[in-house]
Design a protein around this ligand. Structure first.
Ligand code: EPZ
Length: 430
């Protein structure tokens, strides 16, 4: 099984190009099958979750041409099957976006129910509530969600929780319902806006994405288009934190600085210098960072997908920090691993109390999930000595060429497959 081995203690310096956002690309790829003309998607990240979704779309009959590493052309006119196979989709939770896409287009969908996952319980009751409100009959049978309707009609939907997935899923289905749908208490994340912009590029009529009230007027069909996915704010934030943890000087490029405001503000608050360009941010950390308090919230608040990374960073900051996770219940699994590297962290309920230590020391750790895995790599980059990160399959779900981009910034990191590879790396970097 692949692992990363990292030699810590080297400040990251240089520039890194950020890929398209995984969490925008997943719904956009799903929505593309709603069109019977070719749709070209650019700036897709080359990560495992995206590649699994592309395979699933092909399996139900859509034609997918890979034009290059980051561009695909999709034609949904050849879809013959509204039932998504469990084996092909069980690894990605975002399979739920195929429900909204198939229901909107064909008025029927059968998609295996995504289960819980490593970051906690992930209910989809709000998605289903939205589908029912616009006229779908939704049943759960043998682990599969079966949604059907004769006619879909616009409705007024108030979401009980702010949910990215439910907002986008309802938006997709409602964009093909008759009449007007209003989603209140909608999520405002940049990927919600990107999904709405993409649907509009295919001819949908969606207004208000990026606010908490989204208005959709259904249209009978979509037309082909070419669309480029928004840059990944979480990938960008991860490199910004890696720069801060290693007392480095890094420019993240091809980003939208506005999307990163909550992250940049925290970095300034704890003592980094931040320079914003039109489509870049430079992070310079020259001294030991300071403590802070942070609570994860829906956008524009501090993102839950950056919670483990800030936990790793604050574990070496001066003073006592408090990190509160308010979105997912099991997002502190990385804490035990960080403790093995010398961090001093106590978790009480949804709060981590972090007493910063001067230095972490390299250890063998295991990635509990995607963002936690990235946080452990950040810790390894800052630690003294060698860190081996197991289960990097999680990291590869969402970060394109993570080790290659870090090496581009001067890090000593590589992918290994055996104890022999680890020894070889240790000898080569000294
Ligand atoms: C998306 O998940 C992202 N995934 C997650 O990214 C991200 O952590 C999350 O949004 C929050 O920003 C994708 O975009 C594929 P939610 P999603 O619905 O849509 C509760 C990563 O690391 N809820 O916004 O599934 C839910 O339990 C990942 O890239 C309900 O109660 O998240 C949570 O507490 C992991 N009922 C809160 O809402 C529902 O029907 C927000 O979840 C739906 C959600």
């Amino acid at each position: 099984m692949e692992q990363y081995v990292v030699k810590g203690g080297i400040p990251l310096v240089g520039e890194v190009e950020i890929a398209g956002a995984k969490n925008a690309a997943l719904p956009i790829l799903s929505a593309a099958i709603m069109c019977d003309e070719p749709v070209t998607l650019e700036n897709l990240p080359d990560v495992n979750d995206i590649n699994v979704l592309i395979e699933s779309i092909e399996k139900i009959g859509a034609k997918v041409d890979r034009l290059d590493r980051h561009t695909v052309r999709i034609n949904g006119s050849t879809i013959r099957n509204c039932s998504v196979d469990y084996e092909s989709i069980k690894k990605i939770r975002a399979s739920y976006y195929l429900l909204g896409a198939l229901l909107g287009k064909y008025k029927e969908a059968e998609v295996p129910l995504p289960g819980g996952c490593n970051i906690g319980s992930r209910p989809i009751d709000q998605h289903l509530k939205g589908f029912k409100a616009i006229g779908a009959d939704v049943q759960i049978s043998h682990g599969t969600i079966i949604a059907k309707c004769r006619r879909m009609a616009g409705a007024h939907i108030f979401l009980d929780v702010v949910s990215v997935g439910a907002t986008i899923n309802i938006m997709m289905a409602a964009s093909r319902a008759e009449g007007r749908t209003i989603i209140e208490n909608a999520a405002r994340e940049p990927h919600v806006v990107d999904a709405a912009n993409f649907l509009n590029s295919m001819g949908a009529n969606i207004k208000g994405a990026g606010t908490d009230v989204i208005r959709i007027v259904g249209v009978p069909e979509f037309h082909g288009c070419t669309y480029s996915i928004v840059p990944d704010m979480i990938e960008a934030g991860t490199y910004m934190f890696a720069a801060a943890a290693t007392k480095g000087d890094v420019v993240v490029k091809n980003i939208i600085p506005k999307h990163l405001e909550a992250i940049s503000a925290k970095l300034s608050e704890i003592g980094c210098e931040i320079e914003e360009g039109d489509d870049s941010i430079r992070v310079v950390a020259s001294k030991r960072l300071r403590r802070t308090h942070v609570k994860t919230l829906p956008y524009p608040g501090y993102p839950t997908d950056m919670q483990p990374q800030i936990g790793a960073l604050l574990s070496i900051a001066e003073g006592t920090s408090i990190v509160t996770e308010s979105i997912f219940e099991s997002r502190f699994k990385y804490v035990d691993e960080l403790s093995r590297m010398g961090a001093n962290i106590k978790v009480e309920g949804n709060t981590a109390i972090i007493d910063g230590v001067r230095q972490l020391t390299g250890a063998r750790v295991s990635s509990p999930d995607l963002r936690a895995g990235a946080a452990l790599v950040i810790a390894g980059l800052a630690a003294e000595g060698f860190t081996i990160v197991d289960d990097i399959v999680y990291i590869k779900r969402g970060y394109e060429d993570f080790d290659g981009k870090l090496r581009g910034l001067g890090a000593e990191i590589t992918v290994v497959n055996s104890e022999r590879d680890i020894r070889k790396f240790e000898l080569s970097v000294g």
